[in-house]
Design a protein around this ligand. Structure first.
Ligand code: HEM
Length: 610
């Protein structure tokens, strides 16, 4: 009996100890799962750095992640530290300091990449190995970069341009043929009814993904993936599942373990299958390329020439597959979102769209009403340099940078940044989204979509002349006043420094010239053929923003952008006192590895311009 009592007592004590340990572990885990402020910035006066709980890691892993980083940058300045589990990292949003750290590969302050933070981007193929994006700045990366960079040269892109134009034509055809099915004409006669009958509702997010997938399919292995035929697209489905799994890895540190140990759960099995199917697809594509060598201009053609510096041999099958997969993923997802955001921004800002249409009309890229010419001339290579077209794209990449978290680096020694010393081993994240939306970097109109900020006075005057010939009121002076030309935050050099959507330095985006070509060609084509207007969901969001602004005003609160520095003698009032349409788009932001538009919001109305 005494023996049983002792055993019971031991069990009780052991149980209590286990419960206590569990509780301690939970507390420890919660503490690690917290986000802490660390560095005081030089711009914030006050006591020295303190550790303060500012949220939990779930805030950071949510689909608001880049927006949250931007909010913290506003609160804590351009350098702050986050404690994530047992890892600390610094978020840097000062463009000049960012350039100093990542611009020059040979400078002693240069911070190279570290593979550790990028492993989730190696998931798509087996065995997992470093690729051009995830590799540290070593000889292997250099060999692949040097071999593939010529694919994105002007001469090579000119070879791909006709293919891009064919896809643009398919997009026009798709919109035109969709008009009858999505018409909202109510049967009443008149021009409005005719326009409504000709209008088409198009999900530009879907269209953009199809377009960029087909471009990269062609660039990679000269294959038509046929997504633009608008049917079921095998690659898009496989990639969507892969991206979901990559996101699961980013947001759950235990995901790899789950894939190994919890395959019986349907959701885990789906993720595991997605990885396997993607790997098989990439393997099959590479086998086909090896059996019949791809044309010179393709990325795979260039990849197959890479020699592994360690062995002097061509890349192994697994290595070439990994490189092909990352080019495919990096090459289509980001660009498709950039295209969706830009088209939606044009739809939400009719005046910007009118200016772009005036520029395109002057170049002969819209139907010519005077000559009753329904068909405009085809887009040519030289048209891609149109200044306002490019300003629209830059502005969209600034406000909605798809690779919103930019680049992650590691300090190889103690590094001094904005008056702080970052210790050796510290990770530094340089995210273009918070940099782009920062008032410190772009002045009080930073949250607004004003492409004019990228142009000089001469170009603005020229635009006004184009607007005048299209029967529009001038806009240049008001825009220049609104963006505060002449302010230090808006000098052309500081604007350029903060332009980090493609990162900068030796590890910048190798494919950016292709991305720009795709954006220029498709936006010029669609905006030349059609007037874009928001679809129902976006229209409701815009109305919501307008109602909120009106309520604010009625309540006597300060006008929107009250602190805008309006030097233009009231000229800029139209830009800063109205509700901000870009806010309606910002409400659609969803971070899911890239900055994506939330589903359903990118349905736009297209009406032919004739
Ligand atoms: C709007 C579209 C795009 C955006 C915003 C974008 C953005 C970026 C950024 C910010 C980086 C640096 C990532 C880091 O340091 O972690 C990067 C790297 C890279 N991008 Fe892009 N990208 C775009 C389109 C493309 C395209 C079309 C391709 C090509 C096929 C491409 C291929 C790559 C590759 C291979 C790297 C790694 C380069 C290296 O480390 O040497 N990207 N991109």
């Amino acid at each position: 009996m005494a023996y049983q009592e002792v055993a019971l007592l031991i069990q009780f004590v052991a149980g209590a100890a286990a419960a206590w340990l569990c509780k301690q572990f939970a507390v420890w885990l919660c503490t690690f799962y917290s986000t802490q402020r660390w560095l005081k910035t030089t711009s914030i006066p006050g006591p020295p750095a303190s550790n303060k709980l500012i949220g939990h890691v779930s805030t950071l892993l949510s689909d608001r992640c880049p927006l949250q980083l931007a909010d913290w940058a506003n609160s804590y300045g351009p350098v702050y530290k986050l404690q994530l589990l047992n890892r600390a990292c610094v978020i840097l949003t000062d463009p000049a300091a960012a350039h100093e750290l990542i611009r020059w590969g040979n400078s002693e302050n240069y911070l190279g990449k570290t593979r550790e933070l990028y492993r989730a981007l190696e998931l798509g193929t087996e065995p997992k190995m470093p690729n051009i994006l995830t590799s540290p700045d070593d000889v292997y990366w250099k060999a692949v970069r040097q071999a593939t960079a010529p694919c994105f040269s002007i001469s090579n892109l000119k070879l791909v341009f006709p293919w891009v134009l064919q896809l643009c034509d398919k997009a026009v055809h798709h919109v035109t043929s969709s008009s009858s099915s999505s018409s909202t004409a109510d049967g009443k006669p008149g021009p409005a009814a005719a326009a409504a009958a000709a209008a088409a509702s198009i999900d530009v997010e879907d269209l953009a993904k199809r377009f960029t997938a087909d471009v990269i399919g062609h660039m990679l292995f000269a294959e038509d993936l046929k997504s633009m035929d608008m049917g079921k697209s095998q690659y898009l489905e496989i990639f969507a599942a892969l991206l979901e799994e990559v996101h699961n890895h980013f947001s759950n540190p235990l995901r790899s373990l789950m894939l190994k140990a919890m395959g019986w759960r349907p959701e885990v099995a789906r993720g595991r299958d997605a990885l396997a199917i993607h790997d098989q697809l990439m393997g099959a594509k590479l086998k086909a390329q090896l059996a019949s060598p791809p044309p010179e201009y393709t990325i795979t053609g260039h990849l197959l020439k890479v020699r592994d510096p360690a062995t002097g041999q061509p890349l192994s099958f697994a290595q070439a597959k990994a490189e092909m997969a990352i080019m495919m993923g990096a090459g289509f997802e980001t660009t498709s979102h950039a295209l969706s955001w830009t088209l939606a921004a044009l739809a939400a800002h009719p005046d910007v769209q009118d200016t772009l249409a005036a520029e395109l009309a002057a170049a002969g890229l819209t139907p010519n009403k005077q000559q009753q010419q329904q068909q405009q001339r085809p887009l040519e290579w030289g048209d891609l340099a149109l200044p306002y077209l490019n300003a629209v794209i830059k502005e969209s990449l600034r406000l909605f940078s798809p690779a919103a978290l930019g680049t992650s680096r590691a300090c190889h020694k103690d590094v001094s940044v904005c008056g702080h010393t970052l210790p050796k081993g510290m990770h530094v994240i340089i995210p273009p989204y918070p940099i782009g939306v920062s008032i410190a970097n772009y002045g009080p109109t930073a949250p607004r979509f004003i492409p004019e900020r990228w142009l000089d006075t001469q170009q603005l005057e020229h635009l006004d002349a184009l607007r005048e010939s299209a029967g529009l009121l001038p806009r240049a002076a008001a825009a220049a006043a609104a963006v505060g030309f002449g302010h230090s935050s808006n000098s052309s050099s500081s604007r350029k420094l903060a332009e980090l959507a493609f990162s900068t330095g030796p590890r910048d985006c190798v494919g950016q010239s292709l991305a720009k070509l795709e954006l220029q060609a498709m936006i010029a084509t669609l905006a030349g053929h059609f007037a874009l207007a928001p679809g129902k969901a976006l229209q409701e969001r815009l109305a919501g923003i307008a109602t909120a602004a009106a309520a604010d005003e009625a309540a006597g609160s300060a006008a929107v952008d009250e602190d805008a520095d309006v030097d233009g003698e009231g000229e800029s009032a139209g830009f800063v006192s109205q509700p901000n349409p870009a806010d309606a788009l910002k409400a659609c932001i969803m971070y899911h590895v890239t900055l994506q538009p939330r589903g359903g919001n990118m349905v736009l109305r297209f009406t032919p311009r004739c």
